[in-house]
Design a protein around this ligand. Structure first.
Ligand code: FSO
Ligand code: SF4
Length: 537
């Protein structure tokens, strides 16, 4: 195996025996095969006519499955490989396509043959480092984009241009392209990242209402509960609806926290609030929850031998974990969570972890409603700058940088955040500036789109021509591939001077780093003091 797609990769070079994330070698190889056959299916889709949605869905699902910490179940992933090959053969049977690449021609349903192929199709097959770096940067961006696209698609929202861009770009990564052509494709991937986030923002707002400023309860009640984690708001609605008269309560976890901000979910009295912290604390916190846990997407972490919650954990959608019950949708796209609800009724109420309330829900509509006030405070000199600290959290000790940075920021700085990165500083009690909280949480990582909207609105309000003239600094934390598409999206908008940490991606070659530094002045995090000096001038 060789995998270097996330920030935790071994020695910041690559995982070669077992992933730091817990992914074993066989699973890593099957994921490589899944990407290989997805590129083959993409080529066939691109050359065929009248493609039904289900083919594009297969591609988005495959990319999502291979995101860090989404799916550890090799049988599940192998089944996705076989289904992808079946769908490709099905399209080939309907179309006369002539010459195809090796990946598009590859056909097997035999486990042994598939496993042999899986070992042969790793990313080190791209020999030239710069070419590999750019092709993987594109592929990881597409993985993040596909996740957002999938969440919009299941809510009935679709933009064919996004689907087509994903399949065209996947096919492009199999071709001989110059570095300049690949760099253009990297930036185009960022533009489509904005489109995908915009589509999901619309899907979420039209389905569940616009997020509202909300005080979220982190305490517990005395009824048994179900903990729902991940990013899938459709699953959230289904679970709330199916459990409303069951005498239990629903708690959000990690990236599901922003569900508490949506009017549609607030209607359910049994939505109790949020339980716990960032994804990487789940081994400990799930033990204390006592009831069932539903993982709708990443981030899952492997259970320890001492963990007892395996029998009360469930996965759905593109998430998977060996030995854990997976709840699939039926032919009409509906899911039945009744076995989770019945199990919850037999469980104890959650143990109390903390007893606080934290305010969030500053997505673009709410923040723009405050825009006049914000502009007034900036013009009066009470708010000096905004710092976008969106992105991911991670378990690496270096990540305490973000807590220290947030604490050390001057009192007239406001943090704009989205994604699980917020758990590093959302409970610090950083106060407010004349009623404007110093941590404005827009929501999930995809809600970085809201932060872009806020920046564009502020640019107009201040009458500026260039987004880089705004009093905004960017200190982005990355971990997995959704943060890659957020970063590419910002670059595609021409945002410069982004600080990226806690380390630069291992998949960026020296040449690609140089390109990003020369053209965007991207810089890796240094110490809190050095970065504060650069950003607070
Ligand atoms: Fe975090 Fe995990 Fe949302 Fe990611 S929970 S790390 S960027 O999945 O997608 O922010
Ligand atoms: Fe390593 Fe990250 Fe890949 Fe897991 S996802 S194998 S930690 S690089």
């Amino acid at each position: 195996m060789f995998c270097y797609q996330c920030q935790e990769t071994a020695n910041n070079k690559g995982c070669t025996k077992r992933g730091v994330c817990g992914k074993d070698e066989v699973t890593a190889n099957i994921q490589d095969l899944l990407i290989y056959v997805s590129k083959g299916l993409s080529e066939v889709i691109n050359k065929s006519n009248d493609i039904e949605d289900k083919y594009y869905d297969r591609i988005s699902n495959n990319l999502f499955i291979s995101i860090t910490n989404a799916n550890f179940d090799k049988d599940f992933i192998l089944e996705a490989v076989k289904e992808t090959i079946r769908m490709k053969e099905d399209l080939l049977g309907k179309n006369n396509l002539g010459n195809l690449s090796e990946g598009a021609n590859f056909n097997s349903a035999d486990d042994e043959e598939l496993m042999k192929k899986a070992i042969e199709v790793g990313i080190l097959n791209i020999i030239k480092e710069d070419e590999r770096s750019l092709k993987e940067l594109i592929t990881y961006g597409l993985k993040g984009m596909a996740a957002y696209n999938h969440h919009a698609n299941v809510l009935g929202y679709r933009d064919r241009s996004i689907d087509e861009f994903i399949t065209k770009s996947l096919e492009a990564t199999t071709k001989n392209l110059s570095l300049d052509e690949l760099i253009d494709l990297v930036l185009e991937t960022g533009s489509f990242g904005i489109k995908a986030m915009e589509l999901l923002d619309k899907a979420n707002r039209e389905s569940f209402g616009s997020p509202e400023i909300t005080e979220v309860n982190y305490g517990v009640g005395d009824k048994p509960g179900i903990l729902i984690s991940g990013h899938d708001l459709k699953d959230m609605r289904t679970l709330l609806e199916q459990s409303k008269d069951a005498g239990i309560e629903i708690y959000t976890h990690s990236e599901m926290l922003p569900a508490n901000y949506y009017p549609e979910f607030k209607k359910y009295d049994h939505l109790h609030g949020n339980y716990g912290n960032s994804w990487w604390k789940q081994n400990e916190e799930f033990e204390h929850f006592n009831g069932p846990i539903l993982m709708t997407t990443n981030c899952i972490i492997p259970m320890k031998s001492t963990n007892t919650y395996r029998d009360r954990m469930f996965t759905t959608g593109n998430a998977g974990y060996p030995g854990v019950v997976h709840i699939s949708e039926d032919e009409d796209g509906n899911k039945d969570f009744s076995q989770i609800i019945e199990l919850a009724k037999t469980c104890k109420a959650p143990d109390k972890l903390e007893d606080i309330k934290v305010v969030g829900g500053f997505a673009h509509e709410q923040t723009l409603a405050l825009a006049d006030k914000i502009v007034r405070e900036v013009k009066a000199g009470n708010i000096k700058k905004f710092v976008v600290m969106a992105g991911c959290d991670g378990r690496n000790k270096d990540r305490s940088y973000y807590t220290d940075f947030a604490k050390a920021l001057p009192k007239d700085y406001v943090i704009l955040t989205a994604g699980c990165a917020k758990y590093r500083y959302n409970k610090l009690g950083l106060g407010d500036i004349n009623g404007i909280p110093r941590v404005l949480d827009a929501g999930q990582c995809n809600d970085s789109y809201s932060l872009v909207q806020i920046a564009i609105a502020l640019k107009d309000a201040f009458g500026l021509d260039d987004i880089n003239d705004l009093p905004i600094e960017y200190n982005i934390a990355w971990y997995e591939q959704k943060a890659v598409i957020v970063l590419l999206s910002l670059l595609s908008l021409g945002v410069k001077n982004i600080h990226l940490g806690p380390s630069l991606p291992a998949f960026l070659s020296d040449t690609v780093v140089k390109f990003l530094v020369d053209n965007f002045n991207l810089s890796p995090n240094k110490s809190v003091d050095e970065d504060l000096k650069e950003m607070c001038n």
